[in-house]
Design a protein around this ligand. Structure first.
Ligand code: ADP
Length: 717
């Protein structure tokens, strides 16, 4: 019952004494009113603490008014965190009372207690927990053949359970009486469950099994957590075994209690071989000394963790740099050990060293540069700089820069103009752009012009952490450039004036020469004596040459002024019409002209310039013909590609001596005085070709002939 008297459970005997099952939900309804106060105080007393007992005389009264006195014993106990009270008749034997108590506890237990009659193949008793554990009422279990519920057993455990019970039901008595079996079954609403069934077999007089008495306990929770533990253990072992770090557990005597399999990589021992060893047995002395130092520090100062770097020697005798962490579990009763985690940092060390070396190299390069080099972080504070930068700041602003300094603020603070332009260039470089700019400074010894290139600095994650800048003092270059430009402009002006002068001079000279020629012609008609006739003819020749010279100069100046006007040219037509119009055939009737043109791509250039070029080359070939040879032969070869046109003018003339070849393209240079000429022709040819983006070459052998090769660009629109 509960301390307030409400009844939770009554056995059949109680019902028979008090006369009827249905009757009586509260004890106070069943005892005589005179005994109520006494019973209430007894209840209060025993329910104050679990385990209290009291002897009482219960004066029970049934609805029909019959009353009996029942000597009884009441005791309190805890169930589900609540005090409950059991009242029992005392005239029972101690054994019966014990049986009652046991039975009571069976009925209230979470475990299922049972008694199975082997001969009858039926349960004699199944406790109420059956309902919760298997979802079957005790009555169902007792009234049906045991096989009815076999379908609930897990398929993998079915044979085990079946064989077990079959065996113990058939085996006559021997030493063993107690058995247990673990199995799984499917609960109709709660899913898979694990149970352990512990039981004892009783035998009859013929030593044949007759009863199985046992209890079944739900072990699902512990079984699952055990399975999880096993899984976790496997997982941790996997992690530890696959870890590149070496894990050691040392006990108080520094003996190895556990070692991970990576020990083989470093020391070449199998993990099992090291168990129970002292580190000195597999480590060199100096490595152990460092380890011992860290361990001592850990123990003496009760530190949770210590760390040190240890250089080990591996089984091949190579040095392995490691970082060792010692984790203190000495004060943990279940562990009483130190966990040592040894990490191989050899590669890291190597990289660190390489990094240091390359940094030193870089520093050396930067410092040896005469150009200022420096970098700034995103707050425009100096990160690194070289001597040249330091000198520059000193020269322009009179102070020595320092690392971490906000250099622009410092310049302004010292009264110099605001460096907003530079500041902005740096800031825009920090958005990821490369910036080039020029800046002029005025200082004590004059003007300085600097050319700066700023580039963003990216870190390993690709984030911009600042900008670096290289400066170049371009003062002298800029000044030189200025002078050159000035000189160039002056030259162009002088040249233009000279051109104008030559042009007007030639122009002005032409008319007096023309009149003089006219006068000479009259004189020629009037001359009588042979001396005057000869002199007049000489005068006419000289004047003719002068006129030709002036005409040549005028022509040249005019052509030079004209820009290239490209057009598609029919080479064959051009050459043929040239030969025709200049009357060469009349001049040298037996000359042989061979034209080999293979123009696969259109010739596109300035027609008038090309005409001048070809006219000069052909007329030279005729002019410098070799009269000792039977006939003059001129071959003109031409071919074109999409980019250029090549034309060769080949003659069998007098040829040019080697010493002249270099100079024949100079203005007024003449290599032969056998015929009249001004020495201007090849000069004009070369100048025209230059304007046409072309070149000229000569090959020649004295008395054999000459080859002039020109090539010029095809000006596609
Ligand atoms: P010019 O013909 O008026 O003398 P050019 O400039 O045309 O002037 O030629 C320069 C010199 O090159 C000529 O004086 C001549 O000696 C030489 N020369 C030019 N073309 C030929 C050629 N086809 N054969 C031999 N000599 C030549």
């Amino acid at each position: 019952m509960q301390p307030d008297g409400s009844i939770l459970f009554k056995n059949d005997q109680w019902n028979s004494i008090t006369g009827g099952k249905a009757w009586g939900n509260n004890i106070f309804e069943m005892i005589s009113s005179s005994s109520i106060p006494q019973f209430r105080s007894v209840l209060e007393q025993i329910s104050s603490h679990p385990g209290n007992t009291a002897a009482i005389n219960l004066e029970l009264e049934n609805p029909s008014g019959n009353s009996i006195i029942m000597p009884a014993e009441a005791f309190s106990y805890m169930e589900n965190g609540q005090i409950k009270i059991m009242v029992m008749q005392v005239n029972k034997s101690e054994k019966d009372k014990l049986a009652d108590r046991l039975f009571f506890s069976f009925e209230n237990s979470n475990d299922v207690f049972y008694e199975f009659d082997i001969l009858r193949k039926r349960y004699n008793y199944v406790s109420p927990a059956c309902r919760e554990l298997f979802g079957i009422t005790p009555e169902q279990a007792m009234n049906t053949p045991p096989g009815s519920f076999e379908y609930m057993i897990h398929a993998e455990d079915y044979a085990l359970v079946h064989n077990h019970f079959r065996t113990i039901c058939k085996t006559p008595a021997h030493d063993r009486k107690n058995f247990f079996i673990r199995y799984r079954y499917f609960h109709s609403t709660q899913g898979l469950k694990w149970v352990i069934d512990r039981h004892t077999v009783f035998y009859d007089e013929q030593f044949q099994p007759c009863l199985i008495v046992g209890s079944i306990r739900d072990i699902t929770a512990s079984q699952l957590s055990q399975e999880k533990l096993q899984r976790d253990e496997k997982l941790f072992k996997g992690i530890i075994d696959n870890s590149p770090d070496l894990l050691l557990i040392l006990d108080r005597q520094e003996k190895v209690r556990f070692v991970s399999s990576s020990v083989e990589n470093i020391f070449g021992y199998k993990p099992d071989a090291i168990i129970n060893m002292h580190p000195l047995q597999f480590m060199n002395k100096s490595a152990y000394d460092k380890m011992a130092l860290a361990l001592r520090e850990l123990k003496q100062n009760s530190l949770p963790v210590t760390e040190t770097e240890i250089t080990l020697k591996n089984s091949k005798g190579n040095e392995v740099f490691t970082r060792a962490r010692f984790v203190n579990y000495l004060n943990e009763p279940s562990a009483q050990s130190v966990l040592v985690v040894i990490q191989d940092i050899t590669t890291q060390k190597k990289y660190d060293q390489q990094l240091k070396d390359s940094y030193a190299n870089l520093q050396c390069i930067i410092n040896n540069s005469d150009d200022p080099v420096w970098s700034m972080d995103t707050e425009l504070k100096l990160i690194v700089f070289n001597q040249a930068f330091s000198d520059l700041i000193k020269m322009f602003f009179g102070f020595q820069p320092e690392k971490g300094q906000a250099i622009f603020d410092e310049i302004v603070a010292r009264g110099y103009p605001d460096q907003t332009d530079c500041r902005n260039h740096f800031l825009s470089a920090m958005t990821g752009k490369k910036i080039n700019f020029e800046k002029t400074y005025m200082h004590s010894s004059g003007e300085a012009i600097m050319y700066y290139t700023i580039s963003p600095i990216f870190n390993a994650e690709g984030r911009i952490t600042g900008a670096s800048c290289i400066g170049k003092n371009i003062t002298s270059i800029v000044k030189l450039n200025r002078t050159l430009t000035e000189q160039n402009e002056a030259l162009i002006k002088a040249n233009r004036e000279l051109d104008r002068f030559v042009y007007s001079m030639s122009h002005d000279l032409r008319s007096p020469v023309a009149s003089a020629l006219g006068l000479v012609q009259i004189m020629e008609l009037e001359a009588q004596d042979s001396g005057t006739i000869m002199h007049t003819s000489m005068l006419k020749k000289r004047l003719g040459r002068l006129d030709a010279l002036i005409a040549g100069i005028l022509d040249f100046i005019k052509q030079q002024k004209e820009p290239v006007k490209p057009e598609i040219i029919d080479l064959n037509w051009l050459i043929e019409s040239l030969v025709e119009s200049r009357g060469y055939k009349e001049e040298v009737p037996d000359m042989e002209l061979v034209l080999n043109t293979r123009v696969d791509f259109p010739v596109i250039t300035d027609l008038s310039k090309l005409t001048t070029v070809l006219e000069n080359l052909i007329s030279n070939a005729i002019k410098y013909r070799d009269n000792l040879k039977p006939r003059l032969k001129i071959i003109i070869n031409a071919f074109s590609t999409s980019d250029e046109t090549v034309i060769q003018v080949i003659d069998n003339g007098i040829g040019i001596a080697d010493k002249h070849k270099e100079k024949i393209f100079d203005m007024f240079y003449r290599a032969s005085s056998s015929v009249n000429g001004s020495g201007l022709g090849l000069y004009i040819v070369q100048e025209n070709l230059r304007a046409m983006e072309g070149t000229i070459q000569v090959e020649s052998k004295l008395n054999e002939g000459s080859v002039f090769t020109i090539r010029f660009k095809n000006h596609h629109p």
